[in-house]
Every structure is written in C-alpha cells, then in structure tokens.
Design a protein around this ligand. Structure first.
Ligand code: ZN
Ligand code: ZN
Ligand code: ZN
Ligand code: ZN
Length: 347
C-alpha cells in the first residue's frame, strides 16, 4: 500500500505550500505557463492576481558572479551559435508585480521584499529565469471564487479539498485494518485464496494486527512488497521477509537448459523465493543489464554465463571483467528504492 499518495482531486498542493499553488487549468491563459510575461499581463502568484508593471532584462554588469555562473551552467552543454542564442534566451530579467486582487501571503522573513507604494499598493520584485520560472497568466476575465472573489481556486477551497482528501485517506487506512480484507484492494479474502500476512502490529493503523494481502494477485502482492520494503525493512533490515526478495530475477535464454536452472536470482543463496505471483514482475532476460545507479557499470547481472548469444547481445552472467562480478545481493531492494525516488516518494 502506497503511503505517500499523490493528492487526487486537488488542483495543486498549494494548501501545503502557497508557492505550489497554480490557478485551475480552466483559469489559465497558457496551458504550460509563460516564461516571459509582459507589462499589463495579470499573473497568478500565491493565490492572488498580480499585474505585471515592469520587465527589464539584466545587463551584463548587473549580473552577480553567482548569477553569471548559473547562466553559464545553463548553456554549458551547447556550443557556437546555439550557445549564444540560449545565453540570450536564458538571461534573467527583473519582474515587477503590483498586487491586484487576492490574499497577500508573506512567509517569515520575506516582509522586506514587499514594497508598499505611496497609494498603498503592494509591489514585489523578482529575478525571473526564463529556463526555470514559469508564470501562470490569468485570462481576461478570470474565474473567481464566490466566497472571496479571489482567483479560482482560493486558499480556503484548497484547504477544504485537502482536508477532505486527508479524511478519505484516513478512511482508507482504517479499512485496511478490517479483518478478512486485503489491505491493498480492500476486497474480502476467501478461504481458498493465498495470502501473505505480516507478523507484527500494523504500521498503518496503531494497535491493529499486521495487514493481510492477496498473495496471488499481482497488484496486491505489489502492495505487500511495498509495505515490507518501505516500512518493515527500513526499521529492521534483518527482519525475516515475507513479501520480498533482495535480488533481481534473470531468465537465461540459452535453449535446452534445465528448467530449474533457467531462472536465477541475483541474490543467490540469499534469495527468499518471494518474487510474487507469476506475471507480477517479469524476469529480466540474461543479456539485459539491470541498471542500479545509472552510473556506468553499476548493474546487476546473473551469476553465470549460460552461453546464450543472440542478436540483441549475449548472456552477461558470470565474471566477464576478471575483477569479480558486480552481483549485489540487494539489487532488488536498490532497484525498488530507485523507482521510489523517481516517483518522488523517497528523497
Ligand atoms: Zn474564496
Ligand atoms: Zn487484494
Ligand atoms: Zn544466460
Ligand atoms: Zn530471489
């Protein structure tokens, strides 16, 4: 079961951080945001509408060393004319916004950045980097909430949606602790179905017994594996596994191999055999490098070379380098961690 759910139904997660807020899709002039708003545009920022009062490119002498380094880094991969074009395109500009409508959300320590003009108007200045900063321009007229007349959705609406979402999440968590129910799909478990049950108290609902998952359903097994890797193993890497193997399974492609040797787990003697129902995660072919760290050479491979040589490449098992194999008994765990990181669940 995935703990860190994305927030479905939320326009954004502005309710947690106003800088993450964006106007609703139907309330934007550009679907992908705008890197260079122009004077007179209304841009949406922290739940409010702001009028672009001034934009001014940075002259070379205005750039600090740090800014120049940042600009250089943004074009470092380019050469010649392309580099010059990108240099001009990525150059930051001053953006002066005047408060138009909506709340004035000031974070601690930011007060000085908000200037109050003679007529009481608030003004803020930004250094905007076209290759980094996207602004959401509001259409004319733009949608407002009926409660405050602020750009849609307003802060209060986001808070309400977030609260509702957290309640739903809590309901779901409580449901996972119902006896006789699979903690992933929340369906009742029949006596004929294979299950996996965690021996310790539930990590999701305090005081509840360890959750049970369908062991024969790929999605439910995935939930159990996630529960184990994300929680149980993080607490105690030596705990006896019930729903995961530290290794990656490879299938040797050589014809005529005995069936029991064709599938090999990179964890070798540490294989728990807990790789899930068939079809859950397919075995990698033995000529396939399972990248672990994205760095050259950091990959898991089977322990022996079955002799398979095909068009796509040969078996990469065994010691090919003369310097030992790069087998890692925890390759499966590392791979899982990488996937979680890509999905933004792990830092
Ligand atoms: Zn409102
Ligand atoms: Zn299930
Ligand atoms: Zn092979
Ligand atoms: Zn294994």
């Amino acid at each position: 079961m995935t703990e860190e759910l994305p927030l479905p139904g939320l326009h954004n997660n502005g309710a947690q951080d106003p800088d993450q807020w964006a106007p609703a899709r139907s309330n934007r002039r550009d679907s992908y945001g705008c890197t260079r708003p122009e004077v007179g545009d209304l841009v949406a920022w922290r739940y409010a509408a702001w009028l672009v009062h001034e934009t001014r490119p940075y002259a070379d002498v205005d750039l600090t060393d740090k800014q120049r380094a940042k600009l250089d880094a943004s074009v470092a991969h380019l050469t010649g004319e392309k580099r010059d074009l990108a240099y001009a395109r990525n150059r930051p500009f001053h953006l002066v916004l005047r408060h138009h409508n909506g709340p004035l959300i000031i974070k601690p320590g930011e007060g000085r950045g908000f200037i109050r003009l003679h007529d009481g108007t608030r003004e803020i200045h930004f250094t905007s980097w076209p290759h980094r900063n996207q602004w959401h321009r509001l259409p004319d007229p733009y949608q407002t909430c009926s409660c405050h007349g602020h750009p849609w959705p307003c802060q209060e609406i986001d808070q309400a949606v977030l609260t509702q979402h957290q309640l739903r999440k809590m309901d779901r968590l409580m449901a996972t602790a119902q006896p006789g129910v699979c903690a992933h799909c929340l369906e009742p478990i029949s006596t004929r179905q294979k299950t996996v049950t965690f021996p310790e108290e539930s990590r999701l609902v305090p005081g509840a017994p360890g959750p049970t998952f369908h062991a024969g359903r790929a999605a439910c097994w995935g939930g159990a594996e996630e529960y184990e890797r994300a929680g149980r193993l993080a607490d105690n890497p030596d705990v006896v596994r019930v729903a995961s193997c530290p290794g990656v399974r490879f299938i040797h492609e050589q014809h005529g191999m005995p069936a029991d040797q064709r599938i090999e787990c990179s964890a070798g003697p540490f294989c728990t055999g807990l790789h899930g129902p068939s079809g859950y995660r397919q075995e990698a072919p033995c000529w396939h490098r399972v990248e672990l760290a994205g760095n050259e050479g950091a990959y898991a491979r089977p322990g022996f070379d079955c002799g398979y040589r095909g068009r796509g490449g040969g078996c990469i098992g065994g010691d090919l380098s003369g310097g030992g194999t790069s087998l890692s008994p925890v390759a499966g765990d590392l791979l899982w961690e990488m996937q979680q990181r890509r999905r933004g669940i792990l830092p």
